[in-house]
Design a protein around this ligand. Structure first.
Ligand SMILES: Cc1cc2nc3c(=O)[nH]c(=O)nc-3n(C[C@H](O)[C@H](O)[C@H](O)COP(=O)(O)OP(=O)(O)OC[C@H]3O[C@@H](n4cnc5c(N)ncnc54)[C@H](O)[C@@H]3O)c2cc1C
Length: 326
């Protein structure tokens, strides 16, 4: 068992920064009050005419007098009431507005730009593809099927992450795509927060400061698309974060935690499949980005746009050909 002295030493080492800040703050305050007292006592006239400035003693006396006056508290209560109403109205309007605006802001802005440029966004699960007469679209798909409608198309881009295997199978392809499931935990109001993302080389996880708290993400699990999440993995990440940041509380209630599991779309050679299908000329593949889909998405988008337009892609896409799997 640790002794009181050992705990005190640990506490002092953990809070050294805050204690230093407190000492500096206290010293500054004392110096300020002393200077104010001397400047007013000796009625210094240098830039400021301290003859017109009340001394700290006078301010204290006036404060004590005011505090004894019941009218003062009545005015404070009236001000508090106004502030309370103001805050309530602001909270009712601003909190829902902030939640709406804060979520996926970048994605929403990109989607809005797409819609402004005559793009149509349809939120629906693709259940199949329609094929027209052989000479139409070179025999490739000419419609996308959803549960309640069929949408005519000239080209199809398969970019459904780990679910792309099912969609490519519907288009007559077999690709060796699997999923490496990953987890995260977000700790709200953490006792400490790094100023930039930090990676643990031994733990193979990232700790990232986010608007909503401290996010700790990592781990790789092979369990397919259907198995339920194993939340022990998120909790293990939390323990790793507590070891990385000793200032974090050891006992954290569930109300401060948000757990998440996602599907990394992974290929055996860790390279995505980007490029035209070998079966249908109007089908473009864009999936399998594994651990780096967020980073790789922008360039993949540019390549796909060029291919659908019939233009040359901005980089050599030979390494990403689907044909590498036979
Ligand atoms: C814990 C974790 C941490 C990560 N960290 C990073 C990182 O730091 N940097 C980075 O670059 N990447 C990171 N990634 C990887 C990144 O998330 C993936 O590479 C990326 O999400 C893949 O993007 P995607 O658009 O191909 O697929 P997804 O993001 O999976 O999107 C596929 C979409 O297709 C939809 N869909 C599926 N089937 C159908 C259907 N039949 N009809 C219609 N829609 C369908 C799905 O609903 C989904 O919205 C991380 C992943 C995890 C799990």
């Amino acid at each position: 068992m640790r002794s009181v002295a050992a705990y005190t030493k640990l506490w002092l080492s953990l809070h050294r920064g805050r204690l230093r800040a407190l000492a500096v703050g206290t010293l500054s305050l004392v110096l300020f009050l002393l200077s104010w007292h001397l400047l007013t006592k000796y009625r210094v006239n240098f830039h400021v005419r301290f003859i017109n400035v009340p001394s700290p003693e006078m301010v204290l006396e006036s404060l004590t007098k005011t505090m004894r006056d019941s009218k003062f508290f009545m005015h404070v209560m009236l001000s508090c009431r106004r502030i309370f109403f103001g805050f309530t109205i602001a909270a009712i309007v601003a909190v829902p507005l902030g939640l709406v605006m804060g979520r996926f802001r970048l994605v929403r802005e990109l989607a809005a730009l797409f819609a402004q440029n005559s793009g149509a966004i349809v939120k629906a699960k693709v259940t199949g593809f329609g094929f027209g007469p052989p000479n139409e679209n070179d025999g490739g798909p000419n419609s996308v099927q959803t549960a309640d409608k069929s949408i005519a198309c000239d080209a199809v881009v398969v970019a459904a992450g780990a679910w792309s295997k099912k969609l490519t199978a519907m288009l007559g392809h077999s690709v060796p795509l699997d999923t490496e499931r990953g987890y995260h935990v977000v700790l709200r109001d953490p006792e400490t927060m790094p100023r930039r993302p930090i990676s643990s080389a031994e733990g193979k996880f990232f700790a990232t400061p986010m608007d909503g708290g401290l996010r700790v993400a990592g781990t790789v699990e092979f369990a397919g698309l259907e198995a339920p999440p194993d939340w022990r993995r998120s909790r293990m990440l939390l323990r790793q974060a507590q070891d990385m940041f000793p200032a974090l509380a050891r006992d954290i209630g569930d109300e401060r935690l948000s757990l998440w599991m996602g599907f990394r779309p992974s290929m055996p050679d860790s390279l995505p499949i980007i490029g035209p299908s070998r079966r249908h000329r109007n089908v473009v593949h864009a999936f399998g980005h594994g651990h780096v889909g967020l980073i790789g998405g922008a360039m993949t988008g540019r390549i796909v746009a060029a291919l659908v337009d019939g233009a040359a892609p901005p980089i050599d896409i030979a390494p990403f050909r689907v044909e590498r799997f036979g």
